[in-house]
Design a binder for this molecule. Structure first.
Ligand SMILES: Nc1ncnc2c1ncn2[C@@H]1O[C@H](COP(=O)(O)OP(=O)(O)OP(=O)(O)O)[C@@H](O)[C@H]1O
Ligand SMILES: [Mg+2]
Length: 501
């Protein structure tokens, strides 16, 4: 096990082939980040790597570059990819494909994503043509393998990105079944900003003598990130949110449930703020468009569930707001990590009522974060100074039509369940109700087949209750007025019925 970066300081010195270095330069990426300096040489040497680097520290290239370098010079046989990158959400799969696809082309390598909610026949056609690097979510990949359209027998390099999250989502059995189909002498790279929980099982079972690169302690705050705890009266909360949403600059607001996301987007629209709403209950076309509009700056505010908390990179997000507190310190770190990426500065604000302060601060301590506490009301100085809040125009924004699902050709393999919105979801992916489609075919509840049903595609179902943070001192259990000690009362956090004014 080694920790910390070595002294190598250019991509060429890390052992990467010249076309790849040139392709990086064309994208303005000229010097490796510390996690890349640490991981790339070992991964190129064929070692299994366990990589933990803070959010925004450049892990995608830390695993992606050695993976591409390792595949150069050969081509995949039809339906037999040579490398597999498994990720928990479709958005992350698309992003990894965007980051690595063009770089792979510089070496003559074909990359393809395989995720639910997108045309399966196109994925099959691509696989038949030959795919070197497959970026996949576990459900759709399992489906394609069961149809005989993909074999993992030629996979030499496997990456698990956000490995702990895939385990948290209940994907461990599905991931294990996939890894069992990959030749045991292949290379495995496992990356996340937080590595804990069931990841250990994966590591012990599938990694051989891994070298661990952890470029900062587990709970080290990102230095360029400022954290604030805003104590808000419940009566004021909607007005405070509306003013924060009215700020200049890109803002992501995290809300616990899909319903909460939609409700907040509507309220903001009524007071003049057009905000994108992103959650697992939307069609993939809507999800993709919303994220694209946010990336392109057509909307300045993205309201999302935790489906957007892992791995998603959008340039210049200057503020992350926890409208509902994160379920635990890990989720806090990943949500917060959508700002202050790649050395940029960023601010993270958590809105809490008075009686939630203690539990939220306990969670932040576990995340290694010290937040400045302020009591804020709409329009007050601290809110304006810290977030740039300003009153929205008050002129309602007309609702955006949902994008229609693209026309589909005949499905390969016959009739399958349809999602609301006309989209097919392969087994293992989230449907509108958060359950597996496979459940209908097998007649067995998803939780018995795959683990906890509420954890699908990067987010929890609306019925989810936050995990309780272990107590670390403070008042003895049960002494908190107005509720159970140690629990954040989320039912009090629902947006109030009256719209933000
Ligand atoms: N060496 C580099 N030079 C300049 N920019 C880089 C470099 N490496 C990565 N980046 C950029 O930094 C940003 C963050 O990288 P990336 O998404 O890989 O972070 P991450 O560590 O995977 O974060 P998370 O834990 O949130 O998934 C991306 O925009 C990426 O293009
Ligand atoms: Mg990442």
């Amino acid at each position: 096990m080694t920790d910390g970066p070595s002294t190598l300081s250019t991509f060429a010195e890390l052992g990467l082939p010249t076309p790849l270095v040139s392709a990086l330069e064309r994208r303005g990426i000229t010097a490796p980040f510390p996690i890349q300096v640490a991981c790339v040489p070992d991964a190129i040497a064929g070692r299994d790597v366990l990589g933990r680097g803070q959010t925004g520290s450049g892990k995608t290239l830390a695993f992606g570059l050695p993976l591409l370098a390792g595949l150069a010079g050969e081509q995949a046989a039809p339906t037999r990819p040579r490398a597999l990158i498994l990720v928990p959400t479709r958005e992350l799969a698309m992003q990894v494909q965007d980051a690595l696809g063009p770089l792979g082309r510089s070496l003559g390598l074909h990359t393809k994503i395989v995720v639910g909610g997108m045309s399966m026949s196109k994925q099959i056609q691509a696989l038949r043509r030959g795919v070197d690097v497959l970026v996949a979510t576990p459900g759709r990949l399992t489906d394609l393998i069961e149809r005989g359209e993909c074999s993992l027998a030629d996979v030499r390099i496997t990456v698990l990105d956000e490995a702990d999250h895939m385990c948290d989502l209940g994907f461990l059995p599905a991931v294990s079944r996939l890894l069992d189909q990959i030749p045991g002498d292949g290379q495995r790279l496992l990356f996340s900003a937080t590595l804990d929980g069931d990841v250990d099982k994966l590591v012990r079972r599938y990694l051989h003598d891994p070298v661990t690169h952890s470029i900062a302690p587990a709970a080290a705050p990102v230095e360029t990130m400022d954290h604030h705890l805003f104590i808000v009266d419940r009566a004021d909360k909607q007005d405070v949110i509306a003013e924060v949403a009215g700020r200049e600059g890109r803002t992501i607001m995290f809300v616990r449930t899909k319903h909460g996301v939609d409700a907040l987007a509507k309220k903001l629209a009524r007071v003049g703020v057009r905000a994108g709403a992103l959650h697992g209950g939307k069609t993939q076309a809507a999800r993709t468009r919303t994220l694209a509009e946010f990336r392109e700056g057509k909307v300045g505010v993205l309201i999302a569930t935790d489906v957007a908390a892992r791995g998603i990179h959008v340039d210049d997000v200057s503020l992350v707001v926890h409208v509902d507190p994160a379920a635990d310190h890990k989720d806090y770190l990943h949500r917060a990590g959508r700002t202050a990426r790649a050395g940029e500065r960023g601010t993270v604000a958590t809105l809490v009522a008075h009686n939630e302060v203690r539990n939220t601060e306990r969670m932040m301590r576990r995340a290694g974060v010290r937040a400045l506490r302020s009591k804020v009301t709409a329009g007050d100085d601290a809110l304006v100074r810290i977030t740039g809040a300003q009153p929205p125009s008050g002129i309602p924004v007309p609702p955006e039509p949902e994008p229609r699902a693209p026309r589909r050709g005949p499905r390969p393999g016959g009739r399958r369940d349809r999602r609301p919105g006309g989209r097919f979801e392969g087994r293992g992916e989230a449907r509108q109700d958060g359950r597996f489609d496979g459940e209908h075919r097998s007649g067995r509840p998803a939780e018995r087949r795959e683990g906890r049903p509420e954890h699908r595609d990067g987010e929890r179902r609306d019925t989810h209750r936050p995990r309780r943070e272990p107590r670390s001192g403070g008042a003895p259990g049960g002494s908190r007025p107005g509720g159970r000690a140690g629990a954040v009362r989320h039912d009090d956090r629902r947006p109030r019925p009256e719209a933000a004014r």
